[in-house]
Design a binder for this molecule. Sequence first.
Ligand code: UDX
Length: 438
Amino acid sequence: MRVAMIGTGYVGLVSGACFADFGHVVTCVDKDPTKIDQLNAGRMPIYEPGLEDLVAANVRGGRLSFALDGAEAIRTADAVFIAVGTPSRRGDGHADLSYVYAAAEEIADLIQGFTVVVTKSTVPVGTGDEIERIIRARRPDADFAVVSNPEFLREGAAIGDFKRPDRVVVGLEDERARPVMAELYRPLNLNETPILFTGRRTSELIKYAANAFLAMKITFINEMADLCEAVGADVQQVARGIGLDNRIGGKFLHAGPGYGGSCFPKDTLALVRTATDAGAPVRLIETTVEVNDARKKAMAGRVAAALGGDELKGKTVALLGLTFKPNTDDMRDAPSLDVAPALIAMGATVQAFDPEGMEEAAKVLDGVVFRDGPYEAVEGADVVVILTEWDQFRALDLDRVKLLLKQPVMVDLRNVYRPDDMRARGFRYTSIGRPQRA
Ligand code: UDX
C-alpha cells in the first residue's frame, strides 16, 4: 500500500515509520522545513526509544521518505493519514481543529482515484463528518472515504504499542475502506490483534473514553493514596489488592503527583466540553480534571511539610525529573510545571536535573537552576524531590546523596524507594500514600 502521513509530530512519525516497517511505502509530510531537513539527515525531532534506528532502516529500505510538499505522495496514496496536532484551544478547552481542516483541504485538492482519508489525530466526535463535508465541497468529483483510526501510543513505548497493540479501532461509514484498512494492519494478524470495526463517531468517542477512563483510574488511586496517608494504610498494597481482581486490572494504579502529558489533560478537557455541549455532561471526568489539577498544585506543600514548615525561604530544593514521565523529553502538562514555580513562590531555590528533558524544560520553566547530573542537583540542597521515575533515579548512590545534602531529607513523589530501607539508611523520607512507620 502507498501511504501519505500528514504531520511528522509524535503520532505521525511513529505511525509512518511503523507502517513502513510493515512493508508499506510511506511518505511523511510536514510544513516545517527544519523538521524535514532534520529527518532527512537522520536526526529525530523527538526523543523516542528505538525510533531513530527504525527510521534509518526503513529509509535505507526505500519504504520511508520525508517531504515538505505532499502533492506527489497524496496523489498516489491508497491511504492519506491526518496526524497533525489538535491542541487545546485557548480559552474554552475545545480541541483546536484548524490544522486538521487545513489538511483536509489540501487532501481534497490532490487525491486521485479511490483514496481512504484517515484521521489519526485525536479529534472530537463528528470531526470525520466535517472532514468529509470539506473534501466533498471542494472536490465534488473526488472518490474517497473518511475513516477514524485513533492511536493509543504511550510515549516511551510507542513503537511497541504500535506493533503489538491490545487492539486497533477503525471507524468507517463506507465499506470500501474496510479492505484498505485491513491490508494496512495485516501484519498484526500474526499476533492475533483484534481489529474492531465500528461506526466513525463511535471510534472517535472510543479514543476519548479510553483516555478519560485511564485518567480517572489514576486519579482514583491518587485519592486513595491521600486517604491511606490519613488512616495509616499502604496505597501500593491497596492497588495490588484491587488490581488482582480482573474486572479492575492492576495497570494505571500507580499513585503519584498527578497525571500530565500530551493526551490525558487535553483529552479529558475536550471530552468534558463535548459532553457539556451535547447536553450529556460527564461529571466523573469533570471531577477528575479538577482533582488532578489541584493535586499537581498541592505537591510543593508536601516538600515544605517535609522540612517542617509551610514555606521554603532560604531553602534549596533538588528536583529530580522534569518531564511528565520517563523516557521522553516531553514537558507538556508535566507536574514539574506546577511544582517548580510553587516551590520558587514559597521562597526556595530550585536545582533541577532531567536526563532528556532539560532543553525543553529550559523553554518553559523560569527561575530554575539546571544541573548536569543528579548528584550536582543534590549538592548543597536541603531536600531532594523525585518527581519523575527515570531509571537512573531508582539506582541512586544513596550514601553519596546523603553526604551531598545539607540534611538527609527525601520526598519521593513516585514511590521509587521503600520507606523502611530509607529509614534504615538514615533518611527522613516521605512518599505517596504509604505509612511512615513499617
Ligand atoms: C497516554 C495513553 O496511555 C495512550 O494510550 C494515549 O494514546 C496517549 O496518552 P502517554 O501520555 O504517553 O499515553 O503516557 P502514560 O504512560 O499513559 O502516562 C500519562 C500520565 O499518567 C503520566 O504523567 C504518568 O506519570 C501518569 N500515570 C500513569 C500515573 O501517575 N500513574 C499510573 O499508574 C500511570
